[in-house]
Design a protein around this ligand. Structure first.
Ligand code: AMP
Ligand code: ZN
Length: 464
């Protein structure tokens, strides 16, 4: 498999450190609110990478953190007059619900920053001992200039950064030796969670968390480090500096970054009013459609989210599910034998699917191959096809969709006519004074998101 490595800006053949095993670290969300639809992109894309590597026979150790101590969490907690932990625990549970609804599997480990503080303190100690870090009034800084490779991921020149940051030097950051130095440990402020450390009570810097959690759950060297492209600088650049300085070895072999999701061709932002949580989107579309939509573009391309494009994905997915339904319907065929042409054609589709996925996880092309396979089966597989060949076609579509995390069971759709039939039945029940049955129907409809309103003109209904 080839992977585009942000470190070299080239597609490279993927070779794991240990044969047959892959360690992947994906920077996870800061848990102070529901995740937004942009956050869903790395989750879906890298979950698909994991599924594909497993399909290829690798044992995957997939680690993705929750940043559960952060300014935004503390601010939210103070606004609500609760402990920061109340906020972070709540939203970790909510993120997990969204992940499950998008068929994103739980990571092998989901470490939480607040549970790894002793190891973070250890790494800071090592960095100080090695001369890569220093403390000033309870704050520990990383001595960026001492790390000779600084800028190797983002391709930034350290001297350009310095001139760009000159303002910082004169605006109160004067405790630092150098404007480029970044925080590893910050001292406690009133009303903030804190932990004891050799430099006084305080909390870790964000970049440090990932260096420490990836080391603990994967090792000093990780195979693939991933996240959204906004994390390249400074977050990932700083992770490299910390880890390579502390461990004295290379940090991550392959760096993968997903492009950004925009909404109606604009940057998603609360102030522009085009900001959606995954939860809000789930009211409008099954999240299965959202997963399919996310994978319909290459992960490095920018992706535009609009009602039309999501609608197109919904139709595309429906086409697949309809074909699967049809094949299931005829799979009880009692025609014996095997159609060799079908077997050959199917093998060729699988090969093309794998070639697309092997080419830097090109899920867009892989989905095109599935569509071609659907077209082929629609034309060539009928109830007269041998059962073995029908099952091969069906099994292949299910398998390829499964690699993308697309579930091929049709969700039960409640048609308007079904709803109206139930409403009529409820009216009849009321006339017959069978109020128990009438209530039962009302509750059933309500569970399905249908709201009834008794008006003078009769019963009106709407979808919630
Ligand atoms: P955050 O909680 O902001 O650190 O983001 C969690 C993950 O979502 C990171 O990998 C980000 O790069 C990614 N991310 C945030 N916004 C977007 C977006 N609009 N499109 C794609 N990925 C995003
Ligand atoms: Zn990170």
């Amino acid at each position: 498999m080839k992977i585009f490595n942000t470190l070299t800006r080239k597609k490279e053949t993927f070779v794991p450190i240990n044969e047959g095993k892959v360690g992947i670290y994906v920077c996870g969300p800061t848990v102070y609110d529901y995740i937004h639809i942009g956050n869903a992109r790395p989750m879906i894309v890298f979950d698909t990478l994991r599924r594909y590597l497993e399909y290829k026979g690798y044992e995957v150790n997939y680690v993705s953190n929750f940043t559960d101590v952060d300014d935004k969490i503390i601010k939210r907690a103070n606004e609500q007059g609760v402990d920061a932990k109340v906020i972070s625990e709540k939203y970790i549970e909510e993120v997990k619900k969204d992940m499950a609804a998008m068929n994103v599997r739980e990571a092998t480990t989901h470490p939480k920053a607040t549970e790894e503080i002793p190891d973070m303190i250890e790494m800071v100690k090592v960095l100080i001992e090695k001369g890569y870090a220093y403390e000033v009034s309870g704050t520990v800084y990383f001595r960026t200039r001492k790390f000779a490779d600084y800028g190797k991921l983002s391709k930034k020149n350290i001297d350009d950064l310095r001139s760009g940051n000159r303002d910082l030097l004169v605006s109160g950051e004067n405790e630092k030796e150098d404007s480029l130095d970044f925080v590893l440990w910050k001292p406690k402020k009133e009303g903030e969670p804190s932990w004891p450390s050799p430099w006084g009570d305080g909390r870790p810097g964000w970049h440090l968390e990932c260096s420490v959690m990836s080391k603990k759950y994967i090792g000093d060297i990780i195979d693939i480090h991933a996240g959204g492209e906004d994390l390249i600088f400074p977050h990932h650049e700083n992770e490299i500096a910390q880890s390579e300085a502390a461990n004295g070895t290379e940090f991550a072999r392959y760096w993968m970054h997903n492009g950004f999701l925009k909404i109606n061709n604009e940057k998603m932002s609360k102030s522009l009013g085009n900001f959606f949580t995954v939860r809000e989107i789930a009211d409008k579309y099954p999240l299965q459609v959202i997963r399919f939509f996310m994978l319909s573009a290459h992960y490095r391309s920018p992706l535009n989210f609009s009602a039309d494009l999501v609608e197109a994905s919904k139709n595309g997915l429906d086409r697949i599910l309809t074909a699967v339904d049809k094949l299931r319907g005829i799979s009880s065929s009692d025609t014996t034998g095997e159609d060799e042409t079908v077997a050959k054609e199917i093998a060729a589709y699988i090969e093309r699917f794998e070639a697309a996925m092997d080419d830097d996880l090109n899920t867009a092309d892989a989905i095109s191959v599935i569509f071609e396979l659907i077209k082929y089966t629609n034309i060539n597989i009928t109830e007269n096809t041998p059962k073995k060949s029908i099952d091969l076609a069906l099994g292949t579509i299910e398998k390829l969709c499964g690699i993308l995390g697309i579930i091929t069971e049709k969700e039960e759709e409640l048609l308007d006519s079904d709803i109206e039939a139930l409403i009529n039945e409820r009216q009849e029940a009321r006339k017959a004074k069978n109020f128990a049955r009438a209530d039962e129907i009302r509750n059933k409809l309500s569970d399905m998101g249908i709201i009834l309103e008794d008006t003078r003109e009769g019963v009106k209904w709407k979808r919630a």
